[in-house]
Design a protein around this ligand. Sequence first.
Ligand code: NAD
Length: 367
Amino acid sequence: MNLNIAVIAGDGIGPEIVAQARKVLDRVAEKYGHTIRYTDILMGGSSIDVYGVPLTDETIDIARKSDAVLMGSIGGDPKTSPWYKLDPTLRPEAGLLKIRKALGLYANLRPAYLFKELADSCPLAAREGGRKFDLIIVRELTGGLYFGERWTKEIDGVRTAQDTLKYDENEIRRVVKTAFEIAAKRRGKVTSVDKANVLDTSRLWRKIVEEVSADYPDIEVSSMYVDNAAMQLVLNPEQFDVVVTENMFGDILSDEAAEITGSIGMLSSASLNETSFGLYEPAHGSAPDIAGQNIANPIATILSAAMMLRYTFGLGEEADAIENAVRKTLSDGCRTIDIMPRGKDADLTGLSLQKCDEMGDRVCERI
Ligand code: NAD
């Protein structure tokens, strides 16, 4: 197969971690007989430095013509970087909002998977038999409060602001369908999260979930209020398979789900549109505090590349090969500094510290 991938290395640790994901993709291509063509494009701070804007229309065009985009991360330290002295519409993160909108990336997938080798990093209370969760949050990404009409003004001398939460049935249906499709390839369970006891948008959301579920008789579906979902995620994340929710609830819950694994450097993500196109990036940011030191954990980006093979190219076996290689790398004791046990009583027996590029090599060797 020919894979046409646009690559945004980005800022901070972006170039270091993307280089490892490319190495792993090249190894997969060599083993399974695929040809990959990479096109490097600029977004975020690196684009501001060259073009004065975080994303040009020409760059969007190149991204659109590719099959998928692999991204590191963008942005700098907001306290010290000159990019944050610019108008908010010209800052690095504006590039990300623009590309999501331009490419219609309405479904954001964030898996939260607890590797058994890293179970000690999980901040949740231990439970008998050990903790073991494997869930994915599907967040609606281009509607809701973040894109609704908004204003701030003074009314009768009182400063007042308003944001609007609006969804139509089509916006809801497409992301809910995405969640059901994903559940069909996993454990067959969808939990839809809303606030239907208060919000009209949530009541419509529930109706659409019911309608869509009629087409998926084999999928077990339930609805949960968002406040309860926030609690259940820390009490019993094992109960979830696929969680689907609107933009703002998903923003908050997906970060919560990331935190309960305790290993931000391990978490991948995908943003998809109605076609097979997707943008794949780690869930973490550009980590300016450790950039340029070759110590970042590249696994989140490597696992994002595996998601790309699975969701955009339909190459499940190749995606499994990467995920299994990552698991084997961990079970063989390889660790970047962020996932090394800490503290004076930490048991480091059998573990070996790897630099960012070495970790990429260790994964490649196991494919
Ligand atoms: P961050 O995720 O970059 O870093 C938080 C902490 O986690 C830091 O201590 C960092 O060193 C560590 N960390 C993150 N990724 C790591 C990895 N792969 N290996 C080892 N350690 C890792 O979050 P932040 O510090 O809040 O944000 C830094 C910049 O990233 C900001 O400019 C922010 O806007 C941007 N950001 C970008 C994206 C994106 O590109 N989608 C997402 C989040 C944040």
